[in-house]
Design a protein around this ligand. Structure first.
Ligand code: PA5
Length: 443
């Protein structure tokens, strides 16, 4: 079984071995702290052993099958960690223009767009559909609003009793409004473990159920994560441990003023892997006035928009490129007799070869322009390698957060906007905050 690879040659001229060693030396201890739960945020380390502990895949697979039989479309309602993992994996594994298998997954509850919800209701009118609602706290405003609206629509269409059979709730075992509602209405439920935070939850039912409903092989996904677990656990030395190496490299770069990391892909299917990664790293490290800012670009598309800045803007950037070794299909540039577009020099070449030369040329140009480059290579996009990639990024994030000396498993800053929004919307219990914020906006 092949492992995803990581190459640090492109950072060699920006950080010395000694500068990396400063962090490398601490990775053993920080990795161990994740396993023996002796570090910060240790009540949220359930994800560390998850690949080895997942035991209810049959229940998830059976539920997925019965939903597939019942509904052609499934609206997955959730936000942040309760949405991005599923979306990332499903997009990576689907065709570019349509999801090739399972029930078609549509997302809601990840924004408060009135038009989005209105248009979604219209879109679903003549469709056979169901809902999977995901919220760990069970009280998040965005998914709660979407669920209230879509549940009404589902009940209008199928009647209360039958609609209930089309709803699956994934939430806390005991707490929260969604748990209460699900118990009262008798929905099928799955539990989000207490000790797994949203952004680390893709290998729980939060990610696995939607991925299975979409028709993908969750056994292989978990197998990939488990394989990676064996390659980067606390017992594996730094020299062979790619998570420890990535964590040390990014901290060394950060210490040299490289405060923005751009995750780059050359395959549009990976766009949402980057969105998931941004949440993982941004929420885990961005606190106490510290942390690398995680950004992302889709190349070569964004070379025509962000390329200028990356090449010549503020030199606080480094790049981590995800490169896919083998595409699924083969397509070559055809010969053209007239050659008016002057492309005959490419005739007979595979599109992927051109893409790879764009990647190589860009990396060299960016290194020349002062942008260090880390390269992760996926042999191909399938469940097994995506499973590896997910667990690799999660583990490296835990180690990296500890190297930065923050708690990578809390997100206190997420509450600030909620407090203001509740105050502005005059939510009961926020009377004092409402008074204060009204004074402030009046000036
Ligand atoms: O990582 C996190 O904790 C957040 O992004 C949450 O996942 C997000 O806010 C959704 O929370 P919940 O699942 O409680 O609705």
């Amino acid at each position: 079984m092949e492992q995803i690879k990581i190459d640090f040659k492109g950072i060699g001229e920006f950080v010395s071995k000694e500068e990396i060693q400063k962090f490398a030396g601490k990775t053993k201890q920080t990795n161990r702290a994740l396993h023996d739960k002796s570090g910060l945020g240790n009540d949220f380390l359930g994800w560390v052993n998850l690949p080895n502990e997942i035991d209810n895949l049959n229940e998830i697979k059976e539920t997925a099958k019965s939903i597939q039989k019942l509904a052609d479309y499934v609206v997955v309602i959730g936000i942040g960690g309760s949405y991005l993992g599923a979306k990332a994996v499903i997009d990576a594994l689907s065709g570019n223009f349509e999801q090739s298998s399972g029930s078609k997954i549509i997302y809601a509850g990840h924004n408060i767009g009135e038009d989005y919800l209105f248009e979604l209701i219209n879109y679903l009118q003549d469709k056979n559909w169901a809902i999977t609602v995901i919220s760990k706290s069970g009280t998040t405003t965005e998914p709660a609003i979407a669920f209230r609206i879509l549940k009404n629509e589902l009940e209008k269409k199928y009647g209360k009793q039958n609609a209930g059979e089309r709803i699956v709730a994934i939430t806390d075992a005991q707490k929260g409004a969604l748990r209460q509602l699900a118990d009262k209405e008798g929905y099928k439920t799955f539990i989000i473990p207490d000790d797994v935070g949203g952004r680390y939850s893709v290998l729980t039912p939060v990610g696995l159920l939607p991925i299975a409903i979409a028709g993908f092989d969750i056994d292989e996904l978990v197998k990939g994560a488990r394989f990676m677990f064996g390659k980067i656990n606390e017992g594996v030395d730094y020299e062979n441990n790619i998570a420890a190496q990535y964590a040390a490299a990014r901290n060394a770069l950060y210490n040299k003023g490289k405060t923005t990391e751009i995750l780059v892909n050359y395959n549009p299917k990976l766009h949402f892997i980057a969105e998931w990664w941004k949440q993982l790293y941004g929420e885990s490290e961005g606190k106490e006035n510290k942390g690398i800012f995680p950004a992302s670009v889709d190349f070569t598309t964004d070379l025509h928009s962000m390329g200028q800045y990356i090449q010549e803007g503020l030199r606080n950037i480094f790049e981590t490129v995800i490169s896919v070794k083998s595409p699924d299909f083969e397509l070559k540039v055809p010969e053209d007799e007239e050659n008016l577009d002057k492309l005959n020099y490419l005739a007979g070449k595979r599109i992927d070869e051109i893409n790879k030369m764009a990647e190589l040329g860009t990396s060299i140009a960016h290194i020349d322009g002062g942008v260090p480059n880390i390269r992760i290579e996926l042999p191909k996009i399938n469940e097994f390698y995506i499973g590896q990639l997910i667990y690799f990024f999660e583990k490296a994030c835990g180690i990296s957060g500890y190297l930065l000396d923050v708690n990578p498993f809390n997100q206190p800053g997420v509450e600030a906007y909620k407090k203001n929004m509740f105050a502005l919307l005059e939510k009961p219990g926020f009377e004092k905050e409402t008074e204060e914020i009204k004074k402030r906006i009046k000036g």
